[in-house]
Design a protein around this ligand. Structure first.
Ligand code: PLP
Length: 362
């Protein structure tokens, strides 16, 4: 089996894949209603929330769009805290729908500075919501969401969180950290194929939703809520992915949140120390390196494209390159969801052979 070490889609356990092969059922019938109820309750446990949780059919980016259009009106001021590609995407969506976006961008590879967020909120009292990426997959950096939340709530703003590559893998107690809209996607830490968005919506977000004027139809949270009450979704959902998620959630709950978080921390630690032992440098700021994806600075002599090719063709290992301006400058090792020590040991072992072949060391 290919050692697929990209930060999503991630490998899926056999039981999960088998669930995908089940025959279709009526998505307006009692059997689906039972599944929907079961999956929703299990998601609430892993989100650590008492708020509403919905499944929407789409990829993560659709979830970011849903978050924006459900709580904002055109002309609303929003503070966009960005530390990479996905932070920029979040801001671009808000802008596209007419929000007045105040960008607060930090150098890629670094985490957001809480003091600068506080200053921006002080300087811009009209801000309605703060958009933030919990775990920036493009740079392998995890923001201190708990501290960011404290500041956002000190100023009484809505906190809208891209938790696509964090929730289900690293610590994110949604209610305790007062997240108002929290978005994640099935193909990241959830051990499930792409196709589902999972989103939690707080009481304050519902109040904003009642006033929000941005155009929305497919992504309308109010429709999702009214249908969920009768055991349905407004539109035909990705039924097979829900079957898969049902199995994956049982596995995750059996392992338990603290064990899942500890496993990801342990494996990330192994990846980081292995990388350093090879004489390579981590891209992420010390203390903020992600436990779901490790970003590595490409040394000058290393031909990243060639390294990725040899790993893929000769070792059956697939890593991520750098996105956008990071292309050729960094590469990334995904370690979220269904990942074991061996998966990372195999990558580190292959590096010993492949790095010299691609120009670095030896
Ligand atoms: C993967 C990812 C996205 C985009 O999700 P898609 O499913 O590709 O649309 C957005 N934000 C973060 C942090 C991600 O990791």
């Amino acid at each position: 089996m290919t050692n697929l070490r990209i930060p999503g889609p991630t490998p899926c356990p056999d039981e999960v894949l088998k669930a995908m092969g089940r025959q279709m059922i009526n998505h307006r019938g009692p059997e689906f209603a039972r599944s929907l109820d079961d999956v929703t309750n299990k998601l609430k446990q892993l989100f650590q929330t008492r708020n509403d949780v919905f499944m929407l059919t789409g990829s993560g980016t659709g979830g970011l769009e849903a978050a924006v259009v459900n709580v904002l009106s055109p002309g609303d001021k929003v503070l966009s805290v960005s530390i990479g590609v996905f932070g920029e995407r979040f801001a671009a969506i808000a802008k596209q729908f007419g929000a007045d976006v105040i960008p607060l961008n930090f150098e890629w590879g670094k985490a957001a500075k809480v003091d600068e967020i506080r200053q921006a909120l002080k300087d811009n009292p009209q801000v309605k919501a703060v958009l933030v990426t919990h775990n920036e997959t493009s740079t392998g950096v995890t923001n201190d969401l708990s501290a960011i939340s404290s500041v956002v709530k000190e100023y009484g703003k809505l906190l809208v969180v891209d938790a696509i590559s964090s929730l289900g893998s690293i610590e994110l107690p949604v209610d305790e950290w007062q997240c108002d809209v929290t978005v994640t996607g099935s193909q990241k830490g959830w051990m499930v194929p792409p196709g589902l968005i999972m989103v939690a919506v707080s009481e304050a977000a519902w109040e904003a939703n009642a006033e929000a004027k941005m155009p929305r139809f497919y992504w309308d949270f109010a429709k999702a809520k009214s249908y969920l009450e009768k055991g349905q979704t407004p539109w035909t959902p990705a039924i097979s992915v829900i079957f898969a998620l049902e199995v994956a959630l049982d596995m995750l709950l059996k392992e338990g949140i603290s064990s899942i978080v500890a496993r990801h921390a342990h494996i990330a630690d192994k990846a980081r120390s292995g990388i350093k032992a090879l004489g390579l440098e981590l891209f992420a700021e010390d203390g903020y390196a992600s436990n779901t994806v490790t970003s590595v600075v490409a040394p000058e002599r290393l031909n990243v494209k060639e390294m990725l090719r040899i790993l893929r063709e000769e070792h059956d290992i697939v890593l991520g390159g750098g996105q956008q301006s990071m292309s050729g400058k960094i590469f990334r090792i995904g370690h979220l969801g269904w990942v074991t020590d061996k998966d990372i040991d195999d990558v580190l072992h292959a590096f010993k052979v492949v790095l010299p072949q691609a120009g670095f060391g030896g």
